[in-house]
Write a protein that binds this ligand. Structure first.
Ligand SMILES: C[S@@+](CC[C@H](N)C(=O)[O-])C[C@H]1O[C@@H](n2cnc3c(N)ncnc32)[C@H](O)[C@@H]1O
Length: 217
């Protein structure tokens, strides 16, 4: 087992994080023992951050004690791994606007203790302007204005030098355009807004027509 980044392990074709709640699964993933800890498999077909790790993202900002703002938490699959990595001293502010998904994320938050679930529209960050400044922003809302939503939230909540990870679904932005053109255009929007784009990671074969943009504020 190799430690790819602090708290993230790779063994063969599988990725793992250290389970914050030993014995508990979140989405049916495998649990394995490694030394004195329990690792939870992080499935790249179920999580764009895991797909980006498998496809060679060069810098991964989430680590122990991180403060993360996560837009589009859904039922908490990826949020749960971010919560594992950030650990008990870290926090994940998990924004989700679907009430149905929110119920799952609220249960997950109650069990884990380092997730703050927020039922809100990520297009209206003023509704959660009470949260503290964060060092990482992750967005996975699969909306046509994903990058604009990310920029607005980054301006409001991300520390200078903080990381932005944006999952871009080209089909949500323009079905008629070549996905690689869509990714470049979204990256250009970030540059124009003053961010430094570090890397554009194609997420295939785990997620068709998706890429992850990594940038710094
Ligand atoms: C692709 S799914 C996210 C999957 C999740 N990130 C994961 O890896 O487990 C997109 C989610 O974003 C939510 N969403 C879409 N637009 C949103 C918005 N404007 N504000 C908050 N949540 C939004 C959807 O309800 C959906 O749950």
């Amino acid at each position: 087992m190799q430690e790819l980044f602090p708290g993230i392990f790779r063994g063969g074709k599988s990725l793992y994080t250290v389970n914050l709640l030993p014995g508990k699964k979140v989405y049916g993933e495998r649990l394995v023992r490694q030394g004195g800890s329990e690792l939870r498999e992080w499935v790249p077909e179920r999580s764009k951050l895991a797909a980006a790790l498998m496809n060679g993202i060069k810098q991964f900002p989430v680590r122990s004690c991180s403060k993360v703002l996560y837009l589009g938490a859904a039922t908490g699959t990826t949020v749960s791994h971010v919560s594992d990595i950030a650990g008990r001293e870290g926090i994940v502010y998990a924004i989700e606007f679907s009430e149905r998904s929110f119920r799952n994320i609220a249960d997950l938050a109650a069990a884990r203790g380092n997730i703050a679930p927020i039922l809100a529209d990520a297009r209206k960050p003023e509704l959660y302007n009470w949260i503290e400044a964060c060092d990482t922003l992750v967005t996975d809302v699969a909306q046509p204005d994903e990058t604009e939503i990310a920029i607005r939230n980054a301006h409001m909540f991300l520390n200078k030098g903080g990381f932005v990870l944006i999952a871009v679904k080209s089909q949500s932005i323009d079905v008629t355009k070549d996905p690689s053109k869509v990714y470049k255009e979204e990256a250009e929007k970030l540059r124009k807004a003053g961010f430094s784009v570090l890397q554009l990671v194609n997420l295939e074969p785990y997620e068709q027509k998706h890429a992850l943009i990594a940038a710094i504020k």
